[in-house]
Every structure is written in C-alpha cells, then in structure tokens.
Design a protein around this ligand. Structure first.
Ligand SMILES: Cc1ncc(C[n+]2csc(CCOP(=O)(O)OP(=O)(O)O)c2C)c(N)n1
Length: 899
C-alpha cells in the first residue's frame, strides 16, 4: 500500500515537473517571440493532437492580459494631464449631484459607483471618438447607447459643456419640481420622453440597450443598401455593464451582428466585476466567459485589462508566474484586491509566490495601490478604442477591466454594497478630492459645491475643442426630418372602404393595403415591413418576391421555389426585414425604423406584424422603451383575440394585449371589426405620424377570420378614430325596451346577430356600436371628467362616449379580450353596464365552441341584455329564465376563468 502511494506520488511529481517545463517553454516563447508566435505553436500542437482546426476551444479564452501589446499600442493623441483633470471634475460633479439629491430628499436614489468605474471609458469616448452631427438630414453622427445608471456622469459633462446650469444639476431626479422652478429636470436614466432634446436611446431596462444597438447598426446598413441615406461614416457605440450581459437580450443577437459583418458597431463592456448584489462571477472570470462567448459568436474581442504601470511588471515576468497567477485568480478575489490597499495586495496577491513578491519589491505600497486596471488608463483605453474602430469586417467588443466605485476609497471602492451607495462621509469626500486633485477648498467640499473651471481655462478650452473637432455635443436628439407625403386612403384602401359584403379577413385586407403602400412612389420606399418568421401565417409571402427580403449578402443560393410567384427572394436592397424567430430582434428593428426620424433625420414607416400574443406580453418592455423614445409606426397584432384564433390554444390566444396597450400613454390601440375601419385607422395614423409629426404609435389588431365586410360612409370616420360609432339601430313597434350593444373586432358579428335576436325573439330594440378602441374612449372620458371636476360652474364638457350613450338604456359590451378591457369605461357609463369578456386560459377548439365556452356569443349577449333590463325593472325575470332555457345554457357550469 505504502509502496504504491510512493509510486503515485513520484508519477505526480514527474507530471508536475513536465507541466512546469512545458509551461516555462511556452511562456518563454510568448515573452521572447510574442503572442502570435505562441498561438501558432499552440495551433500546431493541437493539430498534432488530432484536434480539428475548426474546433479549438482553447483559442476562445486567451491569457488574462491585454490583447494589445505595447508595440501595437496606438499612441495617445490628447493632453493626458488635462484629460485626467477633466475626468476628475466629472467624477466629482456626478457624485455631488447624487449626494445632493439624497441629502435633500432621502429616497431619490441614484448611483455613484458605476460612473466612478466607467468615467475614463466615457471620457476617452467623448474626447476622441464619439462623433456628433448637425441637423442636416445627411449628417452622420455616431449613435451612443449609454449605460443608464452612469447618467450622472453624462449630466456632469453636459454641465461643463454649458448645456446645463448648476440649478439643473440640483434637480437631478426631480423632473416635476424642476419644471416648476424653471429648471431642466434631469431624469434618473436616459429617457427621451422626458428629455427629448438630449437623450436618444432609453437603456434603463437592462438588456434592451445592447440588443437595440445591434439592430440599430444593422438598420444603418439597411438605410444605406436601400439608398435612403449614406451611413457609411456612422458608428454605433454601446457602453454596458458586465452584469448586464446576463440579460438574455444582451447576448441573443451577437451572431447576427457578426453574420452581418457590422464593423460599424463597437461595444465597450465595463468589467468592474460587480453587479448590484455582489460579484458578476465570484468563482470564475466574467472576462473569460465573455471573451469566449463573443469570439464564438464571431466578434473581434479586445481585452483591456491592465494599465500602463503593469507593463513593466509583465516585462519582468520572464517565467510567466505573473500571468499564471492572474489566470488563477477568480473575480471574487479580484474584487477583494480592489477593495484593499497596497500593503494588502503586496501580501495577498504578490505574496503568493517568491518571484512575484520580488517583482514588486521596488514598489512602495502606495505604488502597488495605484497599479491601475486597463479601464482606468486613458492611454490604454485610447489604444483599445482606436483598434476597435479600425477593425474591419466584424463588430468589436472591448472588455475593459475596472474597479467599481473607483476612487471612492475605503468608503466604496470594490465594496460589496457599493452599487447602491448614495452618500460619502466628509472624510471620504476630502480623500476623494485629494486623490483626484479637485480644485476645491475644504469648505467647498463641505458644502458639496460643484466644480467648473473658468470659461477661458485650459480645461474648458480643451474640452470644447475636442467636441468641436468631433462635430458638437453628445448626447443630442434632433427632431427634424423632412415630411413624406402619404397617399390618399382611396389609393390603397378603396377595396376595404367599399367592401359591400365581400368576404375577407382583416389580415388579408391589411396585407393588401401594405402591398399598395409599398408601391407608392413617395411613401413606398419608407415603408418597412417586419416579421419574425410568421409572414406565411399572415399571408405575406406574396410580398417576398416583389419587394425582397433584406440581406446584406444578397442571395447566394438558388431558392428552392425560384419559379414561384411567392419565391423566397433575398436581396441587398430588399425591403422586408425577416428577423427569424426573435420577437426581441424584430421589435428592435421596428424601434430603429420608428425612431429613424430622430436618429437619422429620415421618416420611415415600419409595420411589424406578429402573433398578438407574442407582442405586448412577450416584448412589452421593448414596447415601453419604444414609447419612451417617441416611436412612430404600426404594430400589428395579428391572429388576435382569444376565440378568433381557433386551434392554437392556451399559449397563443391573446386576451389581454389591448389591456397592456392601454397602459402605454402614447400608444393608440385599435381593435377594428371591418377592413373599412382598418383603412380609416391606417390612414389617420399615417397622416398623424408622417405629416403631423405626432409622437404616438399605433397598435392595431387584425384577425384571420373570414367574414362579410361592410362599406362605411365618410361621416363615421372621425368616430372610428375616437373609439366608437353607431353601426346600426334595430327596433320594431312591438319593442318595449331598448339596450345599447357594444362590440368590437370579430365579436361585433355576434353583437349584430344578438341585436336581431333581441328584436325578433324578445321584443327588445337595440343600438349596435362598433367600438374600435376602448382605450381611446376611456382616455378622452377621463380627460373630460377631470376638466369638469376642475371647472365648477362652467358649461360641462361631454365626452364622445357620453355623446354616444346619451340615454339611460343598459349597455352590454362583448369582447374577445378580457373583461377588464371594456371595464375601462365603467367609471364613465352612468347606467347599467354589463361586460362579457374572455377571462381565463385559452383552449383549442372551433371559434363557435370557444365563444360559447367564454360566454361571449350571441346567446350570452341576448341573456345579458335581458338581465340588464330585469335589473332596471323594465321586463320580468321570467323572460330571462325563458331565454336561458331556450338557449340551453348550463347554468351550473363553472365560470370559464375557473376552468
Ligand atoms: C431589466 C433590469 N433589471 C434590473 C435592473 C436594476 N439594476 C440596475 S443597475 C443593476 C446592476 C448593473 O450591474 P452592471 O451591469 O454590472 O453595471 P455596473 O453598475 O456594475 O457598472 C441592476 C440589477 C434594471 N435596471 N433593469
């Protein structure tokens, strides 16, 4: 036993020795001949080992050192001293802004540590790379997606640039109070809705910025390839957090960016190794993980890990011990090193090995403390950014290692809780001032004074000159784009307006209108049809051949269906954006097109057509962000409703998208019943967005249920837009009572049938109202009610809803959507109001059976109408009992929402 153990031990020793020898040899090659040669040797060894050259995972993770060697490092063109001074002032002003807000109002929030870690990255971008533009439509500014919780730093810079006053800064996170005081309210995060001249892209919800930036870069190519705008000089920048990369959206479109060769896209990931609660990857390394991920996806990766003062240490690292030790250190440990001083790092990092300790023996503790990480070294950052923008053929990501809360000293740097720190002690502030040489007295520090160098100072002249060279200030959102004329509705929608009983679905009508709009000389090129692998479902395949599917590569294959009228045609100037099975991707493209008027000075008109269930429910947060950035375009919820989409069942049947849409203030949502209503809505929306520049977008649901369409007279058009119009009025001399019936979408047909049954079988008259938008009705009614409340004694305003439902007759609404949608009107209908809707999970079955199951068919509408009249004492209960029996209603069945 003992002998055996000895043998194993000596084998282990031999193995270890062998490993050491190989490692040493390899490090010596790296050191003497460079990393390229080392990689070459590694490749050869892998080939010998029988690996397929295309399957080299080891290539995906490289040693934990900078990608750019000193020899290849571009030299820094700026004034280091001035830039460091300016960056320090930004840091100070950003932290003071957050502190002031929280001292005055304890719960306003804000972040210090994130910008503290990102400041140098931002400043190199601002001083040397981020190009601005002017309001000329052909101007080609860069588009920058800013990390949201670094917003204080961006405001701090704008303050130095003279774009904000000191008063504005003191109203950080107090938009309402600020306006009252005549100041600009600085929003918590980038919100174009709140600051429409400043922020371009809302990034506050993590993950949305990253994916949006990819589709934005692709949209630049689309504009170029379609001949709409020369975008060749434009670049999209994204500055994101390493924690943010955990959001599924962040990484989901990486391969698209690589496939499309988006070398107009640069991401900078601030790898401060921490997120909100703790380390991003305590037990491993986020940089390695991201390096492998991005490389695997086809990106160019630049690791920016160590500052210039590490260069001499790497030079001394002849046996590779420093590299090996770095590669053996996990992020949780790096964080602890960041939080501790030079003495601690000497003992605990360099002290791990005698030659490591020797390497720093001539450095003081203070010098060890000041060994910077790559993302805090302006020269290294410049070199990395410069390599990124000069790299062609691929998008580039710069993985910049930093310290969270950099410079906050023992108060916050690298601390587990630093993310949410909003205050610093007086001593910590003094230390910060000293560390960064902020030109402020103790008293000014005590008073939390902002710092702004004099107008003619070297700093201010330098700051402004850098921006002048780069074309002006950023962020900046322009709001000017030449109008695009919209054709008359008769040109593309006559077939729908004068349908005269022709059977078709509203989806077919939409696609037909879209086809005509695409052919319009002026508007046509600006229309952007977008699908997420559902074009055939919605009968849009006919558009493929005619208008082409956008592909930057054209079509390198002969499509299987080449002779067909519906052939799958990809083209470099193709117009349709076919985004595959990625609703997040498709909506990102939609947003890029819908905000093109502001981002590119070109008005575009996107139509994104999707399964209505996979819209607001699945990508609701993207839609919220679209609303924030004042998107203009059409979202088309196809195959909508819970009973109209028959066989697809529980996961597909949407009963609530309109309800969610009602929560988005600048979304106008419509549920048209007829193709004619649809045409009126499209016409109105196009004029509003393309000509009148209204910051509303339109959510319109269509269905694939084929039924007889009706013609409409022009006098009802305005009412369609307001949300309801009278479709019919049925009565007879025998009728003793009357009701108002509200229907929308495909359920209007059931309402119309119920109206006839009420008159013919139960002697009840009715007005039938087609409700095209509960949301619009409710909004206007709320506005009117509020006005009346605030103006006692003045002549009362009357809402459209009240104008329509003037009498006391009961109102019955039936919807393919959840009850809560028509109930939006409850507060404003002053008589008995009964709502039938589709609460509960969907089912697969025929439309008829589903409408019976959800109790929204004609029989249930009749029964509800009769019951409402019983409640009003206008008919006897016997009538109701008789109706229940006549229609064989199972009165003991469980409610559908409990099934
Ligand atoms: C979708 C979403 N989830 C959660 C948050 C809350 N949040 C804001 S910042 C943050 C941590 C960000 O960490 P990281 O991306 O690493 O950035 P850092 O601040 O460390 O630079 C979190 C969780 C958010 N804004 N959005």
């Amino acid at each position: 036993m003992g002998r055996q153990a000895h043998v194993v031990e000596s084998d282990d020793n031999r193995d270890q020795q062998e490993l050491e020898e190989w490692s040493e040899a390899f490090y010596s090659v790296m050191f003497n001949a460079g990393s390229d040669r080392a990689r070459e040797i590694l490749s050869r060894l892998q080939e010998i080992a029988g690996d397929s050259p295309s399957d080299r995972h080891t290539d995906l993770i490289t040693p934990y050192v900078n990608s750019i060697t000193i020899e290849k490092q571009a030299s820094f063109p700026g004034d280091l001293v001035l830039e460091e001074r300016l960056t320090a002032i930004m840091r100070w002003n950003a932290l003071v802004m957050v502190m002031k807000a929280n001292l005055a109002h304890a719960d306003l929030g804000g972040h210090i540590a994130s910008y503290a870690s990102a400041a140098d990255l931002f400043e190199v971008g601002f001083n040397h790379f981020f190009r601005a533009g002017d309001s000329h439509p052909e101007s080609q500014p860069d588009l920058v997606y800013f990390q949201p919780h670094s917003a204080p730093g961006i405001y701090a810079r704008a303050f130095l640039e003279g774009r904000f006053t000191e008063q504005d800064l003191t109203y950080y996170r107090q938009e309402i109070t600020a306006r009252k005081a005549g100041a600009i309210g600085l929003s918590s995060y980038p919100h174009p809705w709140l600051m429409p001249d400043f922020w371009q892209f809302p990034t506050g919800s993590m993950g949305i910025g990253p994916i949006s930036s990819i589709y934005q870069a692709r949209f630049l190519r689309y504009l170029e390839h379609r001949g709409i705008k020369d975008t060749a000089k434009q670049r999209v920048w994204g500055i994101f957090g390493d924690g943010e990369m955990d959001e599924p959206e962040s990484l989901s479109a990486l391969t698209l960016a690589a496939r499309e060769g988006l070398d107009n896209l640069t991401w900078v990931i601030n790898c401060n190794l921490q997120r909100l609660d703790g380390p991003v990857r305590g037990n491993s390394r986020i940089v390695d993980e991201l390096e492998a991920h991005f490389k695997g996806a086809g990106w160019h990766v630049i690791k920016l890990l160590w500052g210039s003062d590490w260069d001499k240490l790497f030079k001394r690292d002849t046996d590779g011990i420093l590299r090996r030790t770095l590669s053996a250190t996990v992020d949780g440990q790096f964080q602890t090193f960041a939080a501790n001083n030079g003495a601690y790092n000497r003992d605990n990092f360099f002290g791990q090995n005698a030659s490591l300790a020797q390497m720093v023996s001539d450095l003081s503790d203070n010098q060890i403390d000041r060994l910077t990480r790559g993302g805090h070294d302006l020269e290294k950052i410049y070199a990395a950014f410069s390599a990124a923008v000069n790299h062609t053929g691929k998008p580039t990501v710069v993985l910049a290692q930093t310290k969270k809360g950099y410079g906050m000293g023992s108060a916050g740097q690298g601390k587990m809780t630093t993310h949410q720190q909003k205050k610093m002690s007086h001593e910590a502030l003094l230390a910060f001032r000293d560390e960064f040489n902020i030109p402020l007295s103790d008293e000014q520090v005590e008073n939390l004074s902002f710092c702004r160098p004099a107008a003619g100072s070297d700093e201010m002249r330098y700051l402004n000159r850098c921006r002048q060279i780069l074309g002006g200030y950023l962020p900046w959102r322009r709001n000017e784009a030449e109008p695009v004329a919209v054709p008359t509705v008769a040109e593309y929608g006559r077939f729908a307006l004068q349908a005269s009983g022709r059977a078709m679905s509203t989806t077919v009508a939409l696609v037909r209108m879209l086809g005509s709009l695409l052919k319009d000389n002026e508007l046509g090129p600006r229309v952007v049809p977008i699908v997420a692998d559902e074009a055939r479902t919605f009968g849009m395949a006919s558009l493929f051949r005619q208008f082409g599917i956008y592909s930057s590569l054209g079509q390198k294959y002969e499509p299987e269906d080449i002779g067909s009228l519906l052939s799958y045609r990809e083209a470099k100037d193709g117009q349709i954006l076919e985004e595959g099975i990625s609703e997040a991707g498709a909506i990102s493209s939609w947003v890029a097109a819908a905000t093109s008027y502001a981002a590119h000075g070109k008005r575009m008109l996107p139509f994104y057509i999707f399964y209505s269930m996979f819209g607001f429910q699945r990508i609701g947060d993207h839609i919220w962000s679209a609303a924030d950035q004042r998107a203009r375009g059409f979202l088309i919820g196809a195959t909508s409703g819970k009973t109209t989409l028959g066989g697809e069942g529980l996961q597909h049947q949407d009963g609530h998208s309109h309800l969610i849409a009602s929560t988005v203030p600048n979304c106008r949502a419509y549920d048209p019943a007829f193709a004619s209503e649809l045409a009126v809505i499209i016409d109105y929306g196009m004029h509003a967005m393309m000509e009148h520049e209204e910051d509303f977008f339109y959510y319109v649901t269509v269905t694939n249920e084929v039924y007889s369409q009706v013609s409409l007279t022009e006098d009802v058009y305005p009412d369609i837009i307001k949300g309801m119009y009278q479709y019919s009025s049925l009565s007879s001399q025998k009728c003793q009572a009357k009701v108002n019936l509200l229907g929308s979408g495909a359920i209007l047909k059931e309402v119309i049938a119920a109206s006839e049954m009420l008159r013919d079988d139960w002697e009840v008259g009715s007005n039938v109202w087609s409700v095209t938008s509960y949301t619009e009705l409710a909004r206007e009614a709320a506005t009117v009610e509020r006005w009346n409340r605030f103006h006692p004694g003045r002549e009362k305003q009357v809402s459209h809803l009240t104008q329509c439902l003037r009498n006391n007759d009961p109102v019955i609404a039936a919807s393919d959507y959840v009850r809560a949608l028509p109930q939006l009107l409850s507060q404003y209908i002053k008589t008995d109001y009964c709502v039938l809707g589709t609460d509960g999970f969907g089912r697969s079955d025929t439309r008829q059976t589903l409408r019976e199951f959800f109790e929204i068919n004609r029989y249930h509408i009749v029964i509800s109408a009769l019951h409402s009249l019983v409640v009003q004492g206008k008919i006897s209960e016997d009538v109701c009992r008789k109706a229940l029996a006549t229609y064989h209603i199972n009165v003991d069945a469980a409610p559908p929402w409990e099934c």
